[in-house]
Design a protein around this ligand. Structure first.
Ligand code: EPU
Length: 439
């Protein structure tokens, strides 16, 4: 699961408020799933606003190429056509380096009757099991077994089923959704995730010929069809990149316009920004975020959509180190998503972790020993330090810390950030940050 370490790092001289205009890329957590869904047809599919430079997308296209897809990458476009699938075994090293591989179960079973997919391991943010994916696929009539390295999925056609998820998992919802398109009859996913990236996937599948309904009570209903066709789709802009840059701008006391940031996908984030005393303004082609006055502390709890997203908590934690008072973050989606805090303390951040559910209702980790609540005391004057990135979103938050800190910071592990953000150093430099990438 972890990217291969190399020593590419960022050197930052902090202190410059961010100012200017940037444009967010297409959403990694949508584009990669759309690529998988394209394998449901032999026709060509075309994606615009595709974040072709990010590593997670490149790994996904590599996996599909090895399976038989023909892929053409352009400037922000990606064309994929999978006329034939040569084999249904996913390379272990590639499959283990992304959470996307498991989503290929449905398309491969549909095309070949069999799929062999590397068993995903945990990663630094949690154990990340796939039990809900497996249970869902079994309910659709898939036979699932395991060998030493791979899950083996087998079926001669799938059948619609009623599937209630114990937790609205994004990946499990996507997996069942993709697999059930050709299942005979009706599939109902209850307690489904309804993140904007899932709606984007549904919109693409609809364009391909699927029949999918979404009801207001987290139910997704799929009516099996016989065939899907090629389609063209524009990937939604990355709301996580937008939220990350917004936190960076405000923490640095700056003022930026984020082109392509979409208000609909950021409603909870925008409310939170205003509650802490910062401001935003929805403009014609994006959203402007700016520092207005002293920041106020806040208690937030991460949650599934439409709640405050777990991928926003790391950049938000840095923002809270600059607020005047005590803030609380209760992480309820992943059990280990505060692994980044220790390094920040080296820069002068005052953050303590607790294994209780602070600032909200007890969550599913209430009786566990996981340190999933953070108390952040602000304002702290951060100072430059050398720190090591543990994962993607934490990596971005370290860049923010470097940008607002006094002096030089060395941030090791650029490879983690490159998994999900395109040209990150270039974008920050365009906003006035003093940041260099060193190979
Ligand atoms: N879970 C289970 N069993 C399952 C599946 C999930 O217990 O079968 C648990 C997980 O362990 C976790 C929680 O459910 O505690 C949420 O997991 P979910 O399946 O919703 O997440 P995911 O599909 O693995 C996607 C994004 C994450 C994002 C989450 C939550 C992708 C590739 N990843 O992960 O993004 O945080 O949804 O919105 O879409 C990132 O971009 O860096 C990232 C981690």
């Amino acid at each position: 699961m972890e990217p291969t370490a190399n020593n590419t790092k960022f050197i930052i001289n902090g202190g410059n408020p961010l100012r200017g205009v940037i444009k967010v890329a297409g959403a990694k957590n949508s584009a990669t799933k759309l690529i998988v869904a394209s394998l449901l047809t032999k026709d060509k599919c075309i994606f615009h606003n595709s974040p072709n430079k990010i590593k997670d997308l490149q790994v996904t296209t590599q996996i599909c190429s090895l399976l038989g897809s023909k892929i053409k990458i352009g400037n922000g476009t990606l064309e994929i056509q999978t006329k034939e699938i040569s084999n249904g075994i996913i390379d272990q090293e590639l499959g283990n380096s992304t959470r996307i591989a498991i989503l290929l179960a449905g398309p491969l079973v549909h095309r070949l009757g069999k799929a062999e997919i590397p068993i995903p391991g945990g990663c630094r943010i949690g154990s990340r099991p796939v039990n809900l994916h497996i249970e869902g696929l079994k309910k659709l009539g898939c036979n699932v077994s395991m060998n030493d390295t791979h899950y083996v999925f087998e079926a001669d056609g799938l059948k619609g089923a009623d599937i209630k998820l114990d937790f609205p998992s994004v990946g499990a919802t996507e997996n069942i959704l993709i697999a059930s398109i050709f299942a005979k009859g009706r599939t109902i996913i209850s307690n489904a995730a309804v993140e904007p990236e899932i709606i984007d996937l549904i919109k693409f599948l609809q364009k391909m010929g699927a029949i999918i309904e979404i009801s207001t009570d987290r139910k997704i209903i799929i009516e099996g069809v016989k065939k899907l066709y090629g389609a063209t789709h524009r990937v939604i802009p990355d709301r996580n990149e937008a939220a990350s840059f917004a936190c960076a701008a405000i923490a640095s006391k700056g003022d930026i316009i984020i082109e392509d940031a979409v208000q609909d996908d950021l409603i909870t984030f925008l409310n939170t920004i205003r509650r802490v005393g910062a401001e935003y303004q929805v403009v014609e082609n994006g959203i402007r975020f700016y520092y207005k006055c002293k920041l106020k502390p806040i208690a937030i709890e991460t949650n599934v959509h439409p709640g405050f997203m777990t991928d926003w908590q790391q950049p938000f934690a840095i923002l809270m180190t600059q607020a005047n008072g005590i803030s609380i973050i209760h992480e309820t989606v992943y059990e280990k998503r505060f692994g980044y805090v220790e390094e920040l303390k080296k820069m002068g951040a005052e953050i303590e972790l607790y294994n209780n559910c602070l600032g909200g209702l007890p969550c599913r980790f209430a009786s566990s020993q996981y340190y999933h609540s953070a108390v952040i005391k602000g304002p702290s004057k951060l100072k430059g330090a050398e720190i090591n990135i543990p994962d993607l979103r934490a990596g971005f938050s370290y860049l923010i810390a470097g940008i607002i800190a006094e002096g030089e910071s060395v941030i090791n592990g650029a490879v983690y950030i490159d998994r999900g953000y395109e040209d990150i150093d270039i974008k920050f430099r365009n906003l006035g940050a003093d940041i260099r990438r060193i190979h």
